[in-house]
Design a protein around this ligand. Structure first.
Ligand code: NAP
Length: 323
């Protein structure tokens, strides 16, 4: 019998219950995956709490995992039993010890990459690649502001942007996180729960503002992020960890000819671009552009604790369930 974390009704972390499930044989185009590590993402908390109603209940949440191929269905030629693979998917269902998945979703993991590191980096790393290389391609002469700079995506953004030569400013919720952000390439850190980050950014940039803000915090930071932009600066809002952003006047952008995007990785990690993005991510890991340091690792049955800690801002870096 296999195990899965099932949500029967939306609510707090305690609605995440470990149940026995039967995983059958893969159909045409599918594989059965024996999973080793499951990535826990902030998105999963929205799905669990009911803020997102994108998972049909009862259902198994989760967007990513890694593991090895245990069985292949008819017509699957790209993968064989024993292959080490990972995936990100909007089809959910990754909080499980084994699952059936469409083979087209799988990414083959390089031999040098261990499962733990892969699970800690796949979704967050592809998101960082999308933001730094595609949404607003960072250059050495840019100054970049990253909110939640010690977070899972935040740390990778800081590392990647600083590798590209940019000056990186990071906001963080504690002194300990400031140290993590500084070690991840931030030249300046701001404790945005006690300091006015707009004032600090103006002081750091001699009044100019930043070329781009990567903002996953949303509600609490949105207007300040706009204020912190330079003329023609870009605000990439890619999350809402503090809540949904209030409606705003688009004419606010006219003051400094600013632009805003609201990108989602599943619209970028598609078709032929999937391979290129995965290759870029693996190359960045292999060459030390980004690192997956010490993910917060929880036993599979402790998924509720993982959600609690992520929501209470107690984690820094990636969060994993070890199956
Ligand atoms: N658009 C996409 O395709 C995409 C892909 C992946 C992730 N995301 C989004 O990116 C964000 C980061 O994801 P992650 O998994 O790496 O999480 P994370 O950044 O490791 O955790 C969230 C962090 O946000 C900060 N935060 C600020 N206000 C908060 C509040 N009111 N409640 C909770 N946290 C708050 C906290 O850092 P401090 O303590 O330093 O403030 C917290 O540690 C999430 O919003 C996620 O949905 C978007």
């Amino acid at each position: 019998m296999d195990q899965a974390i099932v949500i029967r009704a939306a609510g707090g972390p305690d609605v995440l219950r470990c149940e026995s499930v039967t995983v059958g044989a893969p159909g045409p185009g599918e594989v059965r995956l024996r999973q080793s590590f499951v990535g826990v993402n902030f998105h999963d908390c929205y799905v669990r709490s009911g803020a997102y109603t994108t998972l049909q209940l009862p259902g198994i949440p989760g967007l990513e995992a890694v593991g090895s191929v245990e069985a292949v269905g008819p017509d699957v030629h790209a993968f064989a039993i024993g292959d080490h693979v990972g995936y990100i998917t909007r089809a959910y269902g990754s909080y499980a010890s084994a699952r059936i998945i469409d083979a087209a979703m799988l990414v083959r993991l390089p031999a040098w990459l261990d499962d733990r590191t892969a699970a800690a980096t796949l979704l967050r790393g592809l998101t960082a690649q999308m933001l730094v290389c595609q949404v607003f391609p960072v250059r050495a002469d840019h100054t970049v502001l990253v909110h939640a700079a010690a977070g899972g995506v935040g740390r990778l953004l800081c590392q990647w942007a600083s590798h590209l030569g940019a000056t990186v400013i990071g906001t963080v919720g504690s002194e300990e996180k400031a140290r993590i952000a500084a070690n991840s390439g931030c030249s300046h850190t701001i404790l945005y729960r006690s300091e006015d980050f707009v004032e600090r950014v103006r002081a750091i940039t001699a009044g100019r503002g930043v070329d781009v803000v990567y903002d996953s915090v949303g509600k609490d930071t949105f207007l300040g992020s706009l204020q912190a932009l330079a003329v023609r600066g870009h605000l990439a809002n890619f999350g809402q960890s503090s809540g949904v952003i209030d409606p705003f006047r688009i004419s606010l952008l006219f003051d400094k000819s600013n632009s805003i995007s609201r990108p989602g990785v599943f619209h970028y990690f598609v078709g032929a671009e999937r391979d290129a993005m995965a290759r870029a991510l693996f190359a960045a890991l292999e060459h030390g552009v980004i690192t997956a340091e010490r993910p917060h690792e929880y036993a599979f049955v402790d998924a509720a604790q993982a959600h609690h800690d992520l929501e209470q801002r107690m984690t820094a870096g990636a969060v994993l369930l070890a199956v």
